[in-house]
Design a protein. Structure first.
Length: 386
């Protein structure tokens, strides 16, 4: 088999990382009551809800797919022990160090934002945290936006165990497993098959969408949901040549189907919100169409990036190289900028744009000045960049 299309995947990872800024800023302006961030700007918009729902449908799934893909890539290239050592150095250690550095100021900024919401001015009152809880848990010691790294570290260990088991199987079982994986990765109806098991877990959540739990003990539904994307990414590496050819060939149809499913989801969600009894098994249908759109979006993103960006592009290369740093530091910056802009009487779309642009500039400028050519880049990416 040929070398995987690493340029396309690296470029895709950089774009997904940057969309995290857009996602977290938009959450501040969303209207629906169960958003994972309880902070709310004075200016909200249903458009922000749609944008949050759209990005959430594919961003983290794509991350877990890419993570699973590169776990098996590293294992095949260097061996299982090297993969585990690399994942410890690039995921577990950065999580431990940056969580200790970022969690305290994030909590302080969060409380300052709550103070702005409660009193209009600036101040910090930690008693406000007792009145600021998500539907699943109160704000406390948690992984915050770095929950992805926390889960990924454990999934890498689990993936190593699965690979050990696979290596012990005889040829008959391997052939059967290989045919199953090939069906789930290279067949046109695979998104439908993959969406169905996620309905079983996600249908229990508000509007059929898994709500991200950022605690150190996420519910089993969250492990199953994102674990499926992770292990599908590993299977994707096994059948990468045939799969990427299919993604490119069907990039238009899967993209259109993804949008159709997402629009259908929005229509059902609106109807269910206005008339809760109008749709039988509403949450089941909502979960089905949302997860089907998620899988189709993954296929479409992989297909379009392989088709258009499977080469070194300076801008996207820089975006990819800076993405880890941007991912780690962007969240408290979005909250701080949001708190500063809180009482500004401007349209939500304009406030979102200002926050996204300013946060992006701060993240990129700090990366260029303090990270790119320093030991921090070695710690995060394994090398410095010129």
């Amino acid at each position: 088999m040929s070398t995987p299309r690493l340029h396309a995947l690296d470029n895709l990872r950089g774009v997904m990382m940057w969309l995290g800024i857009v996602f977290h800023v938009s959450l501040l302006h969303a209207t629906y009551p169960t958003a994972p961030v309880t902070l709310r700007d004075t200016q909200t918009s249903l458009g922000a809800d749609v944008l949050v729902g759209f990005i959430h449908a594919f961003r983290m799934p794509v991350f877990f797919v890419l993570a699973g893909f590169f776990v098996l890539f590293l294992t095949q290239q260097r061996g299982l022990s090297h993969m585990l050592r690399n994942r410890f150095q690039r995921i577990a250690l950065p999580f431990a160090v940056f969580w200790l550095l970022i969690f305290p100021p994030t909590v302080c900024i969060y409380v300052a934002y709550l103070f702005r919401m409660s009193h209009g001015g600036w101040g910090i009152d930690f008693e406000l945290l007792h009145n600021a809880s998500t539907p699943t848990k109160p704000l406390g010691i948690e992984a915050i936006h770095m929950w992805f790294l926390w889960m990924l570290a454990w999934l890498c260990l689990l993936g190593a165990g699965v690979l050990k088991v696979v290596q012990s199987l005889d040829g008959k079982h391997l052939n059967w497993d290989n045919r199953l994986l090939e069906t789930l990765v290279t067949k046109a109806h695979a998104p439908l098959l993959l969406a169905i098991p996620l309905v079983l877990t996600d249908a229990t959540y508000f509007m059929g969408v898994l709500e991200t739990n950022t605690s150190f003990l996420p519910p089993l539904a969250q492990w199953f949901h994102y674990g499926l994307y992770f292990f599908w990414g590993m299977a994707l590496y096994v059948h990468r040549d045939k799969a990427f050819a299919l993604f490119v060939q069907r990039r238009h149809s899967t993209g259109c189907l993804a949008l159709l499913c997402f629009i259908t989801y929005l229509g059902l969600a609106h109807t269910h919100n206005q008339h809760p009894e109008a749709i039988a098994y509403a949450n089941v249908w909502l979960a089905f169409f949302y997860n089907l759109s998620s899988w189709c979006m993954c296929w479409a993103w992989l297909g379009w990036f392989t088709y258009l960006f499977d080469r070194e592009i300076p801008f996207l290369r820089y975006l990819s190289q800076s993405s880890y740093w941007v991912y780690l530091v962007h969240f408290p910056i979005t909250l701080l900028v949001g708190a500063v802009l809180y009482q500004w009487d401007a349209a939500p779309v304009f406030k979102i744009l200002v926050n996204v642009v300013f946060t992006t500039l701060v993240c990129v400028a700090s990366y260029q000045a303090f990270v790119r050519r320093s030991f921090i880049s070695v710690f995060l990416n394994g090398k410095k960049y010129s």
